[in-house]
Design a protein around this ligand. Sequence first.
Ligand code: C2E
Ligand code: CA
Ligand code: CA
Ligand code: CA
Length: 275
Amino acid sequence: AKENGKNQMEIYSSEINTLTMERFTMENQLRKALEREEFVLHYQPQFNLKNTEVIGIEALLRWNSSDRGIVSPMEFIPLAEETGLIIPIGLWVLKEACRQNKYWIDQGHRPKIVSVNISARQLQQKDFVQTVKSILEVTQLPTQYLCLEITESTAIKNIDISMNMLKELGELGIKIAIDDFGTGYSSLAMLKQLPISNIKIDKSFIRDMDVDKDDAAIVKAIIAMAHSLELTVTAEGVETEDQKNILLQEKCNYLQGYLYSKPLPAEECLRFVQG
Ligand code: C2E
Ligand code: CA
Ligand code: CA
Ligand code: CA
């Protein structure tokens, strides 16, 4: 039995070593990814539910790694957040999204709002507001065409710090949206203390709302509550006509999902930008 235990320990610790090595390797590759220009943004259009007009575009990060191929943000954002690499990466995302949006506007397309995901680590940076300001200055994107998406948990985690920063950003004309709403423990009334204009209902509630009465009830309640607080609502992850029709009936404002479009490379998103 003693022998056995020892072997198990050895196996266990070698598994830990493999995991640590993997993380270490990935961290180093992530570090190099910025220099090697391996990051790219895809863009997913957001539609006005009533008339299907495109009102905005969410920028979503992709890593085209020379070692790993295309890596989903779900696989590397958590590590980037842990290691702090999300700071330089997030800076690049913000700059690139603003640059691209300004370029589209300069091409003569009707201006759209570009939405950028902001992680908790970024919001904890004391100079975050200044950073955003200088990016808007450099790219010349008018402030009203930028929206920052902050998850419910990020907003609540730092509510005191967030409050002041988001107020400053709001005063500049930048829009703030609460992402993944419904997955955390905050209430809309609580979030309403922040200068937010839009909430995005998490796609886990949208997914089954056409077959699950509970999910449908939650979605309806969120929409009604948001509207009574004078916030607009985006449903994300909309994949079916049935889901869209319920959302339309409940007077949800905006739709984002595969039903109309997946996230696309900038050139392919152009046809939506034109529309
Ligand atoms: P998110 O901000 O909630 O973004 C929406 C995710 O839902 C995207 O996944 C999008 O591709 C996916 N999606 C959109 N419509 C549908 C649909 O109809 N059905 C389904 N099943 N999925 C849909 P993606 O691009 O893999 O991004 C995953 C997450 O990674 C994002 O979730 C966000 O939390 C994070 N992320 C992506 N880009 C960035 C970034 O630049 N910075 C930070 N901090 N996080 C990012
Ligand atoms: Ca988002
Ligand atoms: Ca989301
Ligand atoms: Ca249920």
